[in-house]
Design a protein around this ligand. Structure first.
Ligand code: HEC
Ligand code: HEC
Length: 297
């Protein structure tokens, strides 16, 4: 009887100890992630030049090509983009509502510095990619957002669940500020002045999925975007069809690539698509990317 009681006592002590450790751990995750999410950052001053009517219209076209509409939705009025239960709920803010209560500086720092209007770091918004935009391009985007009719509701930004907070605390979810350096230093191969314009277009668009230097990337869990030396095998006509419809020569469904083509890439002019093609051909003659990884499905 005494022995049984003693065992019982030890079991209770162990359970209480384990519970205390679990609580301490949960507290640490909560504390650390709250510190990351709550931290405010000082943005560099943005000196945006004035925008004329042509540049304003170009801002609108770029908002489609660069994917602002794909995420921020119809009229850039924001939406619920996706939810991974207990990880994160991605609310994409209503940009016209935001523009009505923020300065050009605040919008511009969100676009290309990864710092929201309130000084908080951005996570899903691809600011690291857009850090490659120049002042005039950002000014045109900001002016374009301001030119849209106001409306829609004020939406929250990201809402983090416990698993998402754990990933944050463990460093598994880098902020856009953490990714800036990568986009600054891993540039697409430079194939010379003749293809500089095409290179600029791909470094601002395709690089968002195909990796900062186009060498291929896991764009989303289990979605692989191949290194773009794969485009070396395309004829000019096949490439035009891919850019306009998202359909490759064999007709395979390319999923995210098809959506990118239909929503974003089709807003390129024919001349731009040819410039992109010329650059990718020149690149493919000099660069061979690692073979594309594929999902296990
Ligand atoms: C992949 C989806 C995606 C794309 C593409 C995207 N955004 Fe965002 N954007 C978001 C999300 C989500 C947020 C909310 C905060 C976060 O990501 O942490 C956001 C936040 C912002 C903010 C900051 C809001 C704040 O709180 O201050 C601005 C400004 C903005 N986006 C403008 C743009 C513009 C302009 C473009 C196109 C050049 C664009 N976004 C493209 C998803 C996207
Ligand atoms: C939103 C993400 C996204 C963007 C933006 C994007 N791609 Fe892709 N792309 C993908 C994915 C994902 C695949 C792989 C699809 C598959 O194999 O199922 C792909 C595949 C490709 C392929 C190979 C198709 C094949 O024959 O297998 C080429 C070429 C390509 N992309 C070119 C481009 C170019 C050029 C741009 C920019 C002008 C671009 N992509 C922009 C996601 C993207």
């Amino acid at each position: 009887m005494r022995k049984a009681l003693r065992w019982f006592g030890w079991t209770v002590v162990c359970l209480v100890g384990l519970l205390a450790i679990a609580l301490l751990f949960a507290f640490w995750v909560w504390f650390f992630s709250a510190r990351l999410l709550g931290a405010t950052h000082e943005a560099a001053p943005e000196r945006l030049p004035a925008v004329d009517a042509t540049q304003l219209a170009e801002g609108g076209r770029q908002a489609r090509i660069l994917g602002c509409y794909s995420c921020h939705g119809e009229g850039l009025r924001g939406r619920m983009m996706f939810e991974a239960p207990n990880v994160v709920r991605v609310w994409v803010p209503n940009l016209v509502e935001l523009a009505a209560r923020t300065t050009d500086q605040q919008l511009a720092q969100g676009i290309r510095q990864g710092i929201g209007h309130d000084g908080r770091a951005l996570y899903v918004m691809p600011s690291a990619l857009y850090s490659r935009l120049n002042e005039a391009e950002v000014a045109a985007l900001v002016a374009y957002i301001r030119s849209l009719p106001p409306g829609g509701d004020r939406l929250s930004n990201l809402e983090w669940g416990p698993i998402g907070r754990f990933a944050l605390a463990m460093g598994g979810f880098p902020s856009q500020r953490d990714r800036m350096e990568e986009f600054r230093t891993r540039l697409p191969f430079d194939a010379g002045p003749a293809t500089a314009f095409g290179r600029r277009l791909v470094s601002l668009q395709c690089a968002g999925c195909h990796a900062p230097d186009l060498s291929g990337d896991e764009s989303m869990p289990d979605v692989f975007s191949p290194g773009l030396s794969i485009a070396g095998a395309y004829s000019r006509d096949q490439f035009r069809v891919l850019m306009r419809t998202g359909r490759p020569p064999g007709g395979r469904d390319l999923g995210m690539m098809r959506e990118a083509a239909l929503n974003e890439l089709r807003h390129y002019t024919d001349a731009e698509i040819d410039q992109i093609y010329d650059y990718l051909q020149a690149r493919a003659r000099r660069v061979t990317d690692p073979p594309p990884r594929t999902s296990q499905r």
